[in-house]
Design a protein around this ligand. Structure first.
Ligand code: FPP
Length: 251
């Protein structure tokens, strides 16, 4: 297993868990079996991320566009999600993990929302990792919701257009209060962002692997994190400036 420097782990890890369907189809299984196996990988990654001391883990569990999948698959995914949250809440309590949700929750079935509310409420005082599930989530839709709320506050006189800074805008996003992801992993060989965290990924390091999500292992997670640790993040500055800043911070 790759040696990881605990001081240089991503504070916020985001994951696009892709390839459940292909994993199942390659084995002549129903797609939902792929999602069920994917839920086992979710358990492993949540456990590992929390063990490693990662502060924020955000998982793309259901996109705004996923509603157009066959009704049977959508229903099965919602049932799986509900079952997962119910089953895992006790473990979240033991591991001091707090649940959070981003996305358009008004689109989710009532029973899923009730389960989520219960889990969010129960884990609200936990001080360890924040596990954010992106559900019925789309980056463009989130930006539109933020813009609409900003416009509403401008119309009602709470703010003026001149007050709109990147910090203020950020506070109107679903992720308000969360730091931007440092590292994004996408499985299954697709090299795109697919409408995930469009604003927040501005300076995120991206990592793509061919492995389908159900086959993603602890070893692969460590390999990805080791790759993150080999990168120089410049945030638009020069390499020399970054070295100088590191020297000053460590002095
Ligand atoms: C992408 O695979 C995955 C999804 C659309 C759903 C992700 C859901 C899980 C990993 C399981 C449940 C989640 C939780 C949090 C318990 P795909 O179906 O698009 O795969 P394909 O591209 O191969 O068809």
């Amino acid at each position: 297993m790759n040696e990881l420097d605990p001081q240089r782990l991503p504070v916020h890890l985001a994951v696009i868990m892709d390839g459940n369907g292909r994993w199942a189809q390659q084995r002549m299984l129903k797609r939902i079996i792929g999602h069920q196996r994917g839920a086992e990988t979710v358990k492993m990654v949540v456990e590992q991320a929390s063990l490693l001391g990662i502060k924020y883990l955000t998982l793309f569990a259901f996109s705004a566009e996923n509603w157009s999948r066959p009704a049977l698959e959508v229903r099965a995914l919602m049932t799986l999600l509900k079952k997962y949250i119910r089953q895992e809440t006790a473990r979240m309590m033991r591991k001091n993990i707090r649940y959070n949700v981003i996305g358009d929750r008004s689109e989710l079935p009532d029973d899923v929302n009730e389960t989520l509310d219960e889990a969010i409420h129960k884990t609200a005082a936990n001080t360890g990792m924040v596990l954010t599930l992106a559900l019925s989530y789309g980056g463009r839709q989130e930006l539109c919701r933020a813009a609409a709320r900003l416009a509403q506050d401008a119309v009602s006189g709470k703010l003026s257009p001149a007050d709109i800074t990147t910090d203020l805008f950020e506070s109107y996003l679903d992720t308000g209060g969360l730091p931007d992801p440092d590292f994004l992993i996408r499985t299954s060989g697709e090299m795109r962002i697919s409408n995930f965290l469009l604003w927040q990924l501005a300076y995120t390091e991206l990592y793509f692997t061919d492995t389908n999500w159900p086959d993603f292992t602890i070893n692969e997670l460590h390999k990805a994190l080791a790759d993150f640790q080999s990168r120089e993040r410049r945030f638009g500055m020069t390499g020399d400036q970054i070295t100088q800043r590191g020297t000053l911070l460590n002095a």
